[in-house]
Ligand binder design. Structure first.
Ligand SMILES: Cc1cc2nc3c(=O)[nH]c(=O)nc-3n(C[C@H](O)[C@H](O)[C@H](O)COP(=O)(O)OP(=O)(O)OC[C@H]3O[C@@H](n4cnc5c(N)ncnc54)[C@H](O)[C@@H]3O)c2cc1C
Length: 384
């Protein structure tokens, strides 16, 4: 069964942070009036925008990618200004440098922080005492925050409603093509298998792991993408670690970060968080692959290794795990950089694919969109 919906100015595919923020931007900053956001889940921000480490990056994480570190330094203050209600600042953030197998030394890390203008102080003895000195070279007090996706999602719902954006949940875009009535046409499929086609002037593909999964005339994105099934363990920290966020650098190491949406901490470990990976191709739907994955937790191995460095972690309590597909650009595998990916599809004028990389990169995306001509040429259908 197939029906046809009224023509729209813009279709946003994906109701994660990027799709929602772009829909709001188009309505509020660019004056577009008929916007539909299509999301396959039953609510906004249920995928990567929820299942992540909740870190508002401030550069520290990227000693191997100066550009990403530098952009984070510029974007963090903007994020805190624009979403004060979602940012958690009331915790102590430590970066520790491992003695062995680290890709940076403590001296190099300090120099790097100075170069990007990020605050770094020696941690006081009580905080250092949490770490095993034979394995940790140095411990620093830094400024880094966490975000609460539940609050971000409430913000998005409210703004989308006020902006008059129509949201269709539990519906998937399956095709993108050139249109007869308008420049583009998409086909959606509801969870009951009902198909609908919508003509529109612009399509914003904000599907993160799903960027390549469309039929029709969409021929995929130019960048090579790596898909990775990841696990972050949610833990109740013992009192010694409760008001802290800790990252041990840089290589085969780990992080404990507050996860404000659940009042817990995530524990992630470079060796155990990635469960499996593959190079993205059309037809191998990452969401289906995750659905079929058995999700056997590796929390025991994470805790065993991390407790060597931070013995008090041994008494943390495991609750459950966040499993998600992480999508990264293959070109950044070596340096761990997180630039945005922004493609304007030449063969489908008006169609854009966007991968944010990390939450604060929204500013880089919106600045790029600022330079795009998004004027809508009225068609007969729209004037009626
Ligand atoms: C394990 C992990 C840890 C991370 N840690 C951090 C961190 O600490 N800090 C940070 O800034 N970033 C982090 N990130 C990255 C961050 O989560 C992402 O950059 C951000 O959430 C991407 O937002 P998005 O809207 O593009 O993706 P998503 O939130 O995944 O939104 C895409 C949406 O598109 C929908 N969709 C997909 N295909 C279709 C379709 N065909 N039709 C309709 N809907 C569709 C999906 O259901 C989904 O809701 C992490 C990511 C992961 C996975």
């Amino acid at each position: 069964m197939r029906k046809s919906s009224p023509q729209q100015e813009a279709i946003i595919i994906g109701g994660g942070f990027y799709g929602a923020a772009i829909a709001i931007y188009l309505a509020k900053q660019r004056g577009l009036k008929h916007i539909v956001l299509i999301e396959r889940e039953p609510a906004l921000m249920m995928r990567a925008s929820y299942n992540n480490q909740a870190r508002v990056h401030n550069g520290y994480h990227y000693p191997r990618s100066f550009t990403t570190a530098y952009r984070s330094r510029i974007n963090l203050p903007r994020f805190v200004r624009d979403w004060p209600q979602v940012v958690k600042q009331d915790f102590v953030k430590l970066y520790a440098i491992a003695r062995r197998n680290s890709k940076v030394t403590a001296k190099q890390f300090q120099r790097f922080c100075r170069d990007i203008g990020a605050s770094i102080l020696p941690a006081d003895p009580a905080l250092r005492a949490l770490f095993e000195p034979r394995l940790i070279e140095d411990v620093f007090l830094v400024e880094e925050y966490a975000f609460d996706t539940t609050k971000l999602s409430s913000w998005a719902e409210r703004e989308l409603r006020e902006s008059g954006v129509e949201i269709r949940y539990e519906s998937r875009v399956v095709e993108i093509s050139r249109g007869a009535e308008a420049p583009l046409e998409i086909v959606t499929e509801s969870k009951f298998g009902v198909r609908d086609s919508i003509s529109c002037s612009f399509v914003f593909n904000c599907t993160y792991s799903g960027l390549n999964q469309f039929k029709g005339e969409f021929s995929g994105v130019k960048a090579e993408l790596k898909q990775e099934i990841t696990e972050m363990a949610l833990m109740q920290m013992p009192s010694a670690l409760n008001g802290l966020g800790i990252t041990v650098m840089d290589g085969p190491f780990f992080s404990l970060m507050p996860f404000p949406a659940r009042g817990l901490h995530t524990l992630s470990h470079v060796r155990y968080t990635p469960h499996l990976n593959w190079n993205d191709v059309e037809g191998l739907d990452p969401y289906e692959k995750l659905k079929q994955y058995d999700r056997a937790t590796r929390v025991d191995r994470m805790v065993r290794d991390v407790a060597r460095y931070i013995p008090s972690l041994q008494s943390a309590t495991y609750t459950d795990s966040l499993f998600e597909v992480k999508t990264v650009l293959v070109k950044n595998e070596g340096d761990d950089g997180r630039p945005i990916f922004f493609e304007k599809h030449q063969s489908l004028p008006g169609c854009y694919s966007i991968l944010g990389g990390k939450i604060d990169n929204i500013y880089d995306v919106l600045e790029t969109l600022d330079t795009e001509d998004l004027s809508v040429k009225p068609t007969r259908d729209m004037q009626e």
